[in-house]
Ligand binder design. Sequence first.
Ligand SMILES: *Cc1c(COP(=O)(O)O)cnc(C)c1O
Length: 491
Amino acid sequence: MNQATEARSEETLDPQDWEAMRALGHRILDDAMDYLETLRDRPVWEHAPPQVKAHFAGPPPPGPESPDEVYREYLECILPYQLGNSHPRFWGWVAGSGTVMGMFAELLAASTDAVSGAFSYVSNNYVEFQIVDWCKTLLRYPPTATGLLTSGCSASNLIALAVARNALAGFDVRSRGMTNAPQQMTLYCSEEAHSSIQKAVELLGFGDDALRRIPVNESMQIDLAALKAAIKSDRADGFRPVCIVGCAGTTSTAAIDDLNALADICAEEGCWFHVDGACGAWTAIAPKYNHLVAGMERADSLAFDLHKWMYLQYPIGCVLVRNADEHRRAFSLTPTYLAHGEGEHGLTGIDVPWLSDYGFELSRGFHALKAWMTIKEHGTERYGRIIEQNIDQAHYLAGLVTAAPELELALPVSLNIVNFRYVRPGMSDAALDRLNKRIETELQEQGTVVVSTVTLRGRNYLHAGIANHRSRRDDFDLLVREVIRIGDGLA
Ligand SMILES: *Cc1c(COP(=O)(O)O)cnc(C)c1O
């Protein structure tokens, strides 16, 4: 074989025809911009029909397909059947809506196959540290705290509770393991806390039995007297209370626990104070409402998302830990092949700490770029106004519900979530539960709006969680009109 033949036989995944691939890239970007600009004119959600599911069966392709053909399949079988959370009238569960600059940033990060985790003299690290610093400033958290961007609040809760466990176990958990714990440790949260807290507790070896679910008061906040009583009785029974998890915005009702009171109890009891502020933490930047999360800045660790409120593309969350040493001690581990901190130069110099010392993952995507570009594009003041606008919209929707005799509000609005139901005199609660579930499904199938349902005090309610920068007041007028129209038709 001569040299030329040998060179030709080596392959790459780069385009064979760069010009054609460039043209496809331009088309993809134009299509994506058209999609976002005209979102409002399309249904929020479309049911993926059986032939779409069938389309995704079959073996991996042994040979190449044309890039245009692959993209055509995306347009036909994937694009139309999204969750719909970028649409102005999507308020199911609590989901973010994405930004145009965030989309560009994801493309740019992918263009260099950017990785964040290890390495010192890499600009990506400085960007991530700056985003973590901005989060500390905006949430009024101490500047000496350490932090990490994560794939979401589930990961943030897991990291925070791992630090809490290791700091308060009273023995070296990393070397001895949980089976050698001298006392069973216990943790406390309200019964409205998110399932990711339970997952973290299970994964960290506490066992779900160690998670004490404390009842809530009328406003769905943790009952402080019941919490204190539970801690007291656990101590009397030989348990070791280590951590209280406060909620800054629960998933069902956006209830915010009395965070200052929880911080006081943690100080008295020598417990770690963790706050799950997945969505609600960002209330701190809404001028009219920031008092609602007072006390959050006293947490030993704070977990939150930037892909719910803050509206950035999935995935991006963050965890902050007040005590930098404890944070690092929980995760730092340097095998020889990742040795760093020697000298002033090269990829392994010492300018910045390695992010992999602050979490369980080594390689991570460059999540920070979309945050950096989008926050710079809009500024934090506009962000604060839009978060405030979402809370105002929740109050507006609650006002419409209260004014309509066919509708009933589950409880006063505390933040950005409105729970309500269609009611009709003479119908039993069980029948109303079924009816409201059917209204939810009907709305989704029609594609006019998407809301979800939650069970509160045993009853089904429609649930509008508003973390959407595209929603307008008339969208909520439409929601109320449609719920009443569909409810009347079905009842
Ligand atoms: C959504 C949510 C979580 C989990 O966050 P992910 O980003 O979905 O992992 C945790 N806690 C609360 C209160 C949430 O609403």
